[in-house]
Write a protein that binds this ligand. Structure first.
Ligand code: NAD
Length: 444
């Protein structure tokens, strides 16, 4: 099948590549000429395990190609994916300018029936707005005979495992009332073997809300566990025991119940905000979501509060080694990362940061490269040198079993602030560390 994908970010690039991999002819279009030029040369702008080789292989076979030419892109695909960003506007609502711009572009150039498939995360009612925008342009062009449909097909991939998630999706949501579109979408996803059994067809608005509901539910689990961890800390209970205790109930389950330093990334924060905004706009007070957001904002400050208290409020002149900058492991994405809140608070208090991340160094350099209070270190060990304490913000696999003797020797005070509960408090105490966790019982 002939498919066009607008937007070559995490979603568009991965989905486009996976569709090419199963045999579809895919053209990926982006307005970012530099990105397209790089992709043509096999340079992948993001870190995503497994993606680079797939892009190269499929480009070589000719099934996957990249362009900035909108006319060519619209002419190519019977199916036109919209996978552009929907960042938060100042008021927290989803900014739909990029989505509507793509709708306009498609309408400007289409010469035959087109199915516009919205993969971006968009508020309920967006498909209607896309439809209206396309109709407007067709009217202006005097081409009202051209037919089209707008399908909601939200994306559930996770950064860090985006390729695997797209290859084996838990479900494929198709939101449309048009039978022809449903048939086309079923055919498109049929090569994913048994995955077609996972296709769930529904009305457009329900599909749009499903994506928000999923992300908001996950954000709720995180904020809930963070609240329990904060409580455990104050009550003298161990959140790790509590986690195991509640996770064993199949109605609760073990997934996504790890406390930490708050959720970040390009999706949870903005999607929770956007749904709150949607609710507000219709006069509905979404009490749960507001609490989820407030807890998260506060959670991002907890590591700093612990560090501050440990050093008696005197952070000026202190140096902190920081392990983990990306908002979660296996990505270089720093959007809304808890590390940023922490670093900015440390700098404001006069501290220096020596940071290491396995993938997000370039992105950190881009964001904060001009700051004297930040040293970006080539290895996690180099970040320790001369630091007063170690702070762990992201639970990268390579931080799980470090050389504790080396950490002990390198730090001026053997103190570890662990924002991800990576180590056993008792073991850390035995090794002579002062160890701060999130809601775990300190070793006695
Ligand atoms: P991104 O910011 O990584 O990429 C968006 C791309 O769209 C950019 O390359 C940009 O240049 C391009 N673009 C902007 N306007 C364009 C236009 N008019 N024509 C063509 N390209 C254009 O975004 P992303 O992370 O891939 O997210 C895209 C959407 O998918 C968002 O709505 C997001 O909420 C949603 N989503 C993201 C994830 C994720 O993990 N990143 C997961 C599920 C859903």
């Amino acid at each position: 099948m002939r498919v066009t994908v607008f937007g070559t970010g995490y979603v568009g690039l991965v989905q486009g590549t996976i569709l090419a991999e199963v045999g579809h002819q895919v053209v990926c279009m982006d307005v970012d000429a530099e990105k397209i030029e790089a992709l043509k040369q096999g340079i992948i702008p993001i870190y995503e395990p497994g993606l680079e080789s797939l892009v190269k292989e499929n480009t070589a076979t000719g099934r996957l190609s990249f362009t900035t030419d909108a006319a060519l892109a619209v002419a190519h695909g019977d199916i036109q994916f919209i996978a552009v960003g929907t960042p938060p506007d100042e008021d927290g609502s989803a900014d739909l300018q990029y989505v509507l711009k793509v709708a306009e572009t498609i309408a400007e150039h289409m010469e035959a029936h087109r199915i516009l498939v919205d993969k971006s995360t968009v508020p309920v009612g967006t498909a209607d707005r896309v439809r209206a925008r396309v109709a407007e342009v067709l009217e202006r062009r005097g081409r009202t005979e051209l037919t089209f449909d707008v399908v909601s097909n939200p994306e559930f991939l996770k950064e860090g495992s985006a390729v695997a998630d797209c290859q084996k999706p838990d479900r494929i949501i198709i939101g449309t009332a048009d039978e022809h579109s449903v048939e086309v979408m079923r055919e498109l996803y049929a090569p994913f073997g048994r995955q077609h059994e996972k296709i769930i067809v529904m009305d457009v608005k329900s599909a749009e809300l499903t994506k928000y509901a999923a992300n908001c539910m996950l954000a709720t689990k995180i904020s809930f566990m963070n609240e329990m961890a904060n409580l455990a800390e104050r009550l003298g209970a161990d959140i790790e025991a509590v986690r195991q205790g509640i996770g064993s109930d199949p109605r609760i389950g073990y997934h996504f119940i790890y406390p930490g330093v708050g959720y970040g990334g390009s999706c949870f924060p903005k999607d929770v905000q956007a749904l709150i905004h949607t609710a507000d706009s219709i006069g509905f007070d979404s009490k749960v979501l507001k609490a989820v957001e407030a807890r998260n904002a506060e959670q991002k400050t907890t590591l700093f509060a612990k560090i501050c208290e440990h050093f008696g409020g005197e952070l000026a002149g202190k140096t902190l080694a920081l392990w983990g900058l990306s908002f979660k492991p296996n990505t270089d994405d720093m959007r809304e990362a808890p590390s940023r809140v922490l670093m900015e608070a440390l700098w404001a208090a006069g501290a220096r940061v020596q940071a290491f991340d396995p993938e997000a160094m370039e992105e950190t350099q881009r964001l904060y490269g001009d700051r004297d209070e930040l040293a970006l270190c080539g290895t996690k060990e180099a970040a320790l040198k001369g630091a007063d304490a170690l702070v762990i913000v992201t639970e990268w696999q390579s931080f799980r079993a470090p050389d504790f003797d080396l950490i002990y020797k390198q730090l001026s005070q053997p103190t570890v602030f662990d924002g991800r509960n990576m180590y056993e408090p008792a073991r850390m105490a035995k090794k002579g560390f002062t160890y701060y966790s999130v809601g775990r019982l300190p070793a006695t």
